[in-house]
Design a protein around this ligand. Structure first.
Ligand SMILES: [Zn+2]
Ligand SMILES: [Zn+2]
Length: 132
């Protein structure tokens, strides 16, 4: 698999490359994701060995819970990454990738906690909390 996927933040200070097949997108409707993005989170992930980051010194890692951090650009504020402690995978927000992407929708999680100003109208699987 030699697929290379490029992306970055709004201001271009942070650029990344992700190599290989990207996981289907998970849409997370939890309150943290809503606060951070303004709507809900759509993310794929990549193993750290297949992930190259340029401008890493401009990523601020916000400690969102006692088990994970959320990375954003300190120059332009773009929400970019999510990382669970001890995991060798980094989640990357779908919107950070340059078009054309090969990203495909997967399923919804934390639907029990979703915002009250929109509906989920697609036929993708929905989980009340995390995926069991
Ligand atoms: Zn930026
Ligand atoms: Zn979430």
């Amino acid at each position: 698999m030699q697929d290379i996927h490029h992306g970055g933040c709004l201001c271009g200070t942070i650029r990344f490359k992700a190599r290989g097949e990207l996981r289907e997108l998970i849409f997370c409707h939890c309150s943290q994701c809503r606060k951070q993005t303004g709507l809900y989170y759509a993310a794929t992930n990549v193993q750290d060995q297949d992930f190259k980051l340029k401008g890493a010194e401009n990523v601020t890692w916000y400690r969102a819970s006692d088990s994970a951090s959320r990375g954003f650009c300190r120059q332009c504020g773009s929400a970019l990454f999510w990382k669970a402690d001890g995991s060798d995978y980094t989640s990357i927000l779908a919107g950070a990738f340059d078009k054309p992407t090969v990203l495909k929708p997967g399923y919804h999680i934390f639907c029990e906690d979703q915002g009250d100003f929109y509906e989920i109208k697609d036929d993708l699987p929905k989980f009340a909390a995390g995926r069991v």
